[in-house]
Every structure is written in C-alpha cells, then in structure tokens.
Design a protein around this ligand. Structure first.
Ligand code: SAM
Ligand code: SF4
Length: 331
C-alpha cells in the first residue's frame, strides 16, 4: 500500500538506503577521522532492533537496495544478526556492505551466508607504510587477507574503494588497477570530499581529480564507458579485455545530483537527505517515543522526503562546509 511513496519534490524516486550501524572504527583514516575521535555514547546509537525497524519502514515504502556502512560496520557487535534479518527480506534486490576489510577474514563467509550480495572494501595503498600512514594502523596484511576471504566466499561483486591523494598514492593508481584486474574485482577511485575538519594535510595540495586518475589508467588500459547506472555518484568504465570495471566518484568535478535516488540514516538515527546538506530528521527520537509504531515512522519518512534538496554545493576551492565527518554520516 505504501510502495513508491518516497518521491522527492524533484520527482526522484528513493529506492536506495545507506544505513550506518556505528560511528566507531578500528582505523583512523586521516581524511575521515582524527586520532582522538569522540564517539557517541552507546545509548545514542540506534539499537540493531531500531536499525531494523528503520530498514523495514524504508522497504515498505519501496526501497529495494540497502547498503550497511559506518564507521566500520563490522566492528558493531552482533551486526551479523541485523544482516541475517535483512538478508531474509525477499523485497530487497541488493544488500551490500562498505567495509575497511579488517574483519573479513572471520566474517566474509557468514556475511555471504546471511545474504549479503556485494562488498565495497576500502584500500588506498598496497604499500605497508603508506597504508599505515593513510589509516594510522599497520593492518595492510590483515586487510589483504580479508579481501582474499571475501573472494573465496563468493560475493556477486566486490569493489575496492580508493581515495586518491596527489603526492600520497596517485602513483599507485595503476598498481591498484592491476591488483583489481588480477582478482576479478571492480575498483572506484574517490576524490576526497570536504567533510569534517582535517589537520593532517592540506586538501588543496593533495587534491587529485578523477580526470587525472583516468588519464593515468589510460596510459596502460583501454577504457570504454559502461552503461551501468547506479543512481549514485559513480561513473563506470570497463577495462577492455578484463572483468574489471573502474568507477570514478567525483563530487567536485561533476554534478551527480540529478538522478540521486538515495538517502542515508546515521548511526544515531538521523535521516540525512543529502550528503552536502545539514538538514536531518531525528528518527531515533521518533522510534523511542513511539516504539513499534511502524505507521508513524513511515509517515515521517514520506513527509521528510519533501525536504530533499535539489543538489549539493561542494566545490574544491571552498573550505569545510559540512562540519561532519563521513564516519558519522555513513560513507
Ligand atoms: N569503514 C568503512 C570503509 O572505510 O569502507 C565504511 C565507512 S567509510 C566512511 C566509507 C568510504 O568513505 C570509504 O571508502 C572511505 O575511503 C570514504 N571516505 C571517508 N572520508 C572521506 C572523504 N573525506 N572523502 C572521500 N571519501 C571519504
Ligand atoms: Fe574507519 Fe572507514 Fe573512516 Fe577509515 S574511512 S576511518 S576505515 S570509517
């Protein structure tokens, strides 16, 4: 009865939800967190029961793809139980996770068994010291073992995510592409976004555009535009003669908002309508004031969608506009 009620004022139908299950993480990537992050007290984070209630409401309203993220979703205690419940929902066409890979050695097989179809695994460098500089943790080996475990577990697709920074890892673009090709994985290169306040580097100096990354890849490989449409910020290219697709996530260089079909819910239960705006609806307050009242929750979601902004306003020459780290919003 409620199916397809999630349409924003610009006619975009919302079919995709990113749900963050924690703001915590076992890494401290420099572009994402400070070393001494203050995390939210546990009672401010949605319980797994509440997170499921939110997902359930979105599914009832027509959402067909859910991505679980964080923080690091796989450090959330019992996260597998949430994924098992979601994996059992026949309405979902896709259930995916974005992870730093550190826990996949243990969790890859149970996640696949729970019904998770696709994984995005972040990997910025294949060099141990650089990896440690990016993440502030010396865990490259563990992550590579996690990627291997994920391959063995048989996910439908595995995609690597690499944030590219000039002078830091831009010379590894081809190595990362070869790594992906050799394993039949996809890979997306991400331009750093101006989220949160970062002291460890100057964004003007490290900015590396997607066009530049693509030029580097094309020095060795032919790329043809893929017709894969995600409704997200990625544009995909097929590496000719391989299984691998390369994506470019370019919040600075291209305006990708026109066909945006997604909303996010933070670990604290805030419904964020656009990554580039601060407007948010407090679903946690509603869930706790009216536990078990699915109808009220669905109504609130339908009404909130009327506020989804037409576009974001990131620009590479502007300083921090959104004082909120990605780990809080859910990347
Ligand atoms: N912990 C998981 C991981 O690292 O994949 C999931 C959450 S993380 C916030 C999701 C993605 O956001 C990662 O691929 C990360 O590289 C990316 N990310 C974090 N901060 C970013 C920033 N300031 N600009 C661009 N991408 C960012
Ligand atoms: Fe953790 Fe992911 Fe943020 Fe890195 S990008 S600090 S792994 S949440």
């Amino acid at each position: 009865m409620h199916t397809h009620q999630l349409v924003d004022p610009f006619g975009r139908r919302i079919t995709y939800l990113r749900l963050s299950v924690t703001d915590r993480c076992d890494f401290r990537c420099t572009y994402c967190m400070s070393e001494d992050m203050q995390f939210a007290p546990r009672q401010q984070i949605l319980s797994l029961e509440e997170a499921y209630a939110v997902a359930d409401a979105f599914i009832a309203l027509g959402v067909r793809r859910i991505r679980i993220t964080g923080g690091e979703p796989l450090v959330r205690k019992n996260v597998l139980s949430l994924l098992q419940r979601l994996g059992a929902r026949d309405e979902l066409e896709d259930l995916a996770i974005t992870t730093n890979g550190s826990q996949l050695g243990e969790l890859a097989a149970p996640l696949r068994a729970a019904g998770v179809r696709r994984l995005n695994i972040s990997l910025d460098s294949l060099q141990r010291e650089r990896f440690a500089a990016f993440t502030r943790r010396d865990k490259l080996e563990q992550v590579l073992a996690g990627i291997e475990a994920a391959r063995v577990a048989g996910f439908e697709r595995i995609k690597l995510n690499s944030v590219v920074q000039s002078g830091r890892n831009d010379d590894e673009v081809l190595d990362l592409v070869e790594f992906a090709i050799a394993r039949g994985l996809d890979i997306s290169f991400i331009e750093e976004m101006p989220l949160g306040s970062v002291v460890s580097h100057s964004r003007e100096q490290t900015f590396c555009s997607s066009d530049e990354v693509r030029r580097r890849i094309e020095q060795r490989h032919a790329l043809v535009r893929s017709n894969k449409v995600t409704g997200g910020p990625s544009r995909y290219w097929q590496v000719v003669g391989t299984q691998t697709q390369v994506g470019f996530i370019s919040p600075h260089s291209h305006n990708f908002c026109g066909d945006c079909n997604r909303v996010r819910v933070t670990a604290e239960g805030k419904l964020v309508l656009c990554l580039g705006h601060d407007d948010a609806l407090d679903l946690k307050r509603l869930l706790r004031a009216h536990p078990g009242d699915g109808e009220r929750l669905r109504q609130a979601l339908v009404e909130a969608l009327r506020l989804k902004p037409e576009r974001h306003h990131f620009a590479s020459d502007e300083q921090v506009q959104v004082v909120r780290f990605m780990s809080m919003t859910g990347g």
